[in-house]
Write a protein that binds this ligand. Structure first.
Ligand code: SF4
Length: 446
């Protein structure tokens, strides 16, 4: 929780010397509370005051970095319980498991599959971020070999998961320099695993039976010099895990330091569809990492889509550039479709036009990133704005007809658009999913 100006003021020298360029210590404190000035601008603050302020102004949830270079994953540093108050900042990392009990050929094949789990949604690449190597064999040698294969074949940062600290050490040494998350599943081995994490300079995943047990464990681990910790409440099943994740988030935001770390959750349902439901739920509330066995794209796409939606800024609609887009090899007789510049609306239309294999122009009207019905209701998608966008696109110079296809939900705008633009208006389907059939069967160019 951010400190108030008065809380900061208590730790300042209160001499009003002005050496910081601010007239009084109180004014300095107020500026610091709104992040307009940094503590180091005051040369007179005591070491004790500095320590108190630094500790109190630490983010309530520790930042944890897994991996290195461009594939590194950062989780934690969140400050809110509800995303309408402020956006969530560090998207949940999705990890897919890889058992070291597989033979080397199977292991390499599954690792390659995990590395290729990249999909596209609303014009953005979404992907699995981590490979979680599970020491099911209980053998240190196999675990180390699996870790090497996983890193090489997936190109992803990894989580090393074992019940034995010695096995974590063997695997971490085998992929030294890649900064894996070392996850110890046996709380009895946690302190030994902390020693390995400290030596290897890696973050540590801790498991205990519930938030209370975790809160007792983390101070012992930080006392050993490990600061980057990820918490697993040890729960199984959607209800219990959701409760634990929520409890940990709530308490950490109240600056309860023993639980001030990002969390991880595991999908456990045997039903593949329920695994996707579980994973999506944990993404929404409040897992830093979700570990799943799922490797099917139909299972992972809804999880990745949920993450993409949850981690947008709810106060800023996701928009595409308002302009005329060409989808496919357009010609002079290609249809012209109209939609808004809300990215989900635009990409839904674009995807369906591609699927129809009927090349088309798609005019994305600037509605400040709102969807068709929302924009129509707020008078941002009307005869005037559509006509202006049409004129600005200069599409008239490229095509041989004057027909415009409006979304079926705003058929009421057709007369106005015809009057304003001089174009003929055709009423398209209400949903983008109706476009392939409409374009193939009903569209007729002049
Ligand atoms: Fe106060 Fe420090 Fe600024 Fe001097 S330099 S006015 S002591 S905050």
């Amino acid at each position: 929780m951010a400190l108030t100006g008065l809380e900061i003021y208590k730790h300042l020298p209160k001499t009003n010397c002005k050496d910081c360029g601010v007239p009084t210590c109180l004014a300095f404190a107020m500026k610091m509370a709104t992040k307009q000035i940094a503590l180091d601008k005051c040369p007179h603050v005591t070491d004790a005051g500095k320590a108190a302020l630094e500790s109190a102004s630490r983010p309530p949830i520790q930042l944890v970095t897994i991996g290195t270079d461009e594939t590194e994953v950062k989780i934690g540093n969140e400050t809110q319980l509800f995303r309408h108050e402020e956006k969530f900042h560090r998207p949940t990392a999705i990890a897919v498991t890889l058992s070291d009990a597989l033979d080397e050929t199977e292991l390499a094949q599954r690792a390659e599959t995990i590395g290729k789990l990249i999909m596209e949604r609303v014009g953005t690449q979404v992907r699995v971020n981590l490979v979680a190597i599970d020491n099911q064999s209980n053998d240190a040698g196999r675990f180390a070999t699996a870790a090497k294969i996983a890193v090489e074949k997936t190109g992803l940062p990894c989580i090393l998961m074992s019940s034995k600290a010695a096995n974590l050490k063997a695997a971490a040494e085998a992929i030294s320099g890649t900064r894996p998350l070392l996850y110890i599943s046996d709380p009895q081995e946690a302190e030994a695993a902390a020693g390995v994490a400290k030596d290897e300079r890696c973050p540590l995943g801790l498991r205990a039976d519930g938030p209370e047990a975790l809160a007792e464990l983390t101070p012992k681990i930080t006392a050993l010099g490990v600061e980057e910790i990820v918490l697993d409440s040890g729960t199984s099943g959607l209800k219990a895990t959701l409760e634990a994740l929520t409890t940990i988030r709530r308490l950490s935001l109240k600056s309860f330091r023993p639980l001030g770390y990002p969390t991880m959750a595991f999908t456990a349902d045997a039903d593949p569809m329920m695994q996707a439901v579980e994973a999506s739920t944990y993404v929404a509330k409040y897992a830093g990492i979700v570990v799943t066995d799922a490797t099917e794209r139909w299972q992972l796409l809804p999880v990745l889509a949920t993450r993409q939606d949850i981690y947008t800024d709810p106060q800023k609609p996701v928009a595409v550039e308002p302009k005329m887009y060409k989808v496919g090899e357009v010609a002079a007789d290609s249809p012209v479709l109209v939609t808004t510049n809300f990215s989900l609306s635009y990409y839904s239309v674009e995807g369906e036009v591609e699927a129809s294999r009927v090349p088309a122009y798609v005019l994305s009207v600037d509605t400040e990133g709102t969807s068709v019905l929302t924009a129509w209701a707020s008078d941002k998608f009307n005869a005037e704005t559509i006509t202006q966008a049409l004129k600005k696109s200069a599409i008239e110079d490229e095509i041989s007809h004057r027909k415009l296809i409006l979304p079926g939900f705003v058929a009421v705008l057709s007369a106005g658009v015809e009057d304003e633009s001089g174009w003929s208006v055709l009423i398209g389907p209400k949903e983008a999913s109706g476009l392939p059939s409409y374009l193939k069967n009903q569209w007729k160019a002049v």
